[in-house]
Every structure is written in structure tokens, then in C-alpha cells.
Design a protein around this ligand. Structure first.
Ligand SMILES: *Cc1c(COP(=O)(O)O)cnc(C)c1O
Length: 226
């Protein structure tokens, strides 16, 4: 028995979702102590959206934590996370992918990436359109990258209470995922990750085919507004 609300929420969530769904515990804005609580019961996957914050947490926390970068990533900051990042969910351009490849090479490693697709109806700032996605994967520049591996897609639904809209957007992303696998990764088992769903919509996302959810406030509590 424990009386930690973090552990209770995490435990509850793990019971609620099938074990083949990866749970990224989004610890942005939360202290190292909150990450450690979950780590100490065996949770290893944590999500952050600010370079400075994930670098700081990586320095002081156990080295077997798998840091997922889920926020918008500027090219000039890739070098700071390249030595340790586990998966970058938010790759939205070939230029960024090339920079990640370069920094992965200089760290003698491979960095796994997801391509972020814009699916929300609201004019979304970040993410590739399906057209640009296919253009990127067909490009010669992409085929020359040796130190990155694209292992799937990520998307965020519109922030709305309308379940129909959310479901349709997740369903669309699942279709894009399946088509991308068929058109570009048929020989590769490694294109296998569909990151969609957060606290408010992870159940709908899983219904529509997600196998990686990024859950913050449900586990760690509400965040203070910036
Ligand atoms: C903050 C964030 C999440 C988690 O949001 P919650 O609503 O707290 O679960 C998921 N994905 C991204 C990209 C985020 O920035």
C-alpha cells in the first residue's frame, strides 16, 4: 500500500490500458521528485517538451530513464538532447530530421524518431501534412540518413469536447499510419509506433489504434498555467 497520488494514478492507468500500449508519463513542469516516485516503482518512460528542462532532469535522474521529447524542437537545440534522448515524437520537417541525424552521428548513436502529423481541424502550428510526409519519405535526402530511424507517427487531436471530431482525427491518423507503412516501410518491422492520446482523449485514441499514449496531468496532477 502507498498513499502517493502519483502511484495510485499510474497504477490505475496501467490496469485500464492493455499492456501492449506504451505509457509515456509526461512530467513537464513537475519536479524530479515526481519522476523518481514513478521510476522507483519501475516506470521508465517519461515525456518532456522543453530542451532545458529535459537536459536538467536527465543530469540528475537515473540513467536508465527513457526520455521522450514531445514538444516543438528547434534545430539549434537538437545537440543538447542528442546524447541521451530515447525517442523524439515531434519531428515535423526534413531539415530537423537531417540535424538530428547529424547530431546522432556525432554521438555515435542512432536516434529513433516519430514524424508529427497535423490532424487537428484548428490551424495547427506544427506537424506535416500527409502530402509533405510522403514527399519527405520519398526524398533522396531522407534515404541518405544513416543515424536516425523513423519508427512511427505522432499526432494531437483538436482540443474539443466533441468526441466525434476527436475520433475522426485519430482514425484519420491511423489510416495515414497504415498507408505509410504499406508505401514506405513494408519490409521493416520497426515502423510500429503510433503515438496519439493524452489525458483527455487517450481512451478514444486507443480505440482508434494508438499504441503509445502521452499522459501528464492524469498521473502527476494539473499543471500550473505558464
Ligand atoms: C503536455 C503534453 C501531453 C500531456 O498532456 P496531459 O493533458 O497533461 O495528459 C501530451 N502530449 C504533448 C505533445 C504535450 O505537450
Amino acid at each position: 500500500m502507498n498513499d502517493s497520488s502519483i502511484l495510485t494514478a499510474l497504477d490505475q492507468l496501467k490496469k485500464e490500458v492493455n499492456s501492449n500500449i506504451s505509457i509515456v508519463a509526461v512530467s513537464k513542469t513537475k519536479p524530479e521528485s515526481a519522476v523518481l516516485e514513478a521510476y522507483n516503482v519501475g516506470h521508465l518512460d517519461f515525456g518532456e517538451n522543453k530542451v532545458q528542462e529535459v537536459v536538467r532532469k536527465n543530469e540528475s535522474l537515473p540513467k536508465d530513464i527513457r526520455w521522450h521529447f514531445i514538444g516543438h524542437l528547434q534545430r539549434n537545440k537538437v545537440k543538447n538532447i542528442a546524447p541521451f534522448v530515447h525517442l523524439i515524437h515531434s519531428v515535423d520537417s526534413l531539415k530537423l530530421l537531417k540535424e538530428i541525424d547529424k547530431r546522432a552521428a556525432s554521438n555515435s548513436r542512432q536516434i529513433n524518431c516519430l514524424l508529427q502529423i497535423s490532424i487537428a481541424e484548428e490551424e495547427s502550428k506544427f506537424g506535416l501534412s500527409p502530402e509533405l510526409l510522403h514527399q519527405l519519405l520519398d526524398s533522396e535526402d531522407y534515404s541518405n540518413l544513416q543515424n536516425i530511424k523513423v519508427i512511427g507517427l505522432m499526432g494531437m487531436a483538436t482540443n474539443t469536447k466533441d468526441e466525434g471530431t476527436i475520433r475522426a482525427e485519430f482514425s484519420m491518423l491511423k489510416n495515414i499510419f497504415d498507408a505509410t507503412k504499406k508505401d514506405h516501410f513494408l519490409d521493416s518491422d520497426s515502423f510500429n509506433t503510433l503515438s496519439m492520446g493524452m489525458t483527455s482523449d487517450f481512451k478514444l485514441a486507443i480505440d482508434e489504434g494508438s499504441n503509445m499514449i502521452r499522459v501528464g496531468s492524469l498521473i502527476f496532477g494539473e499543471r500550473n498555467k505558464p
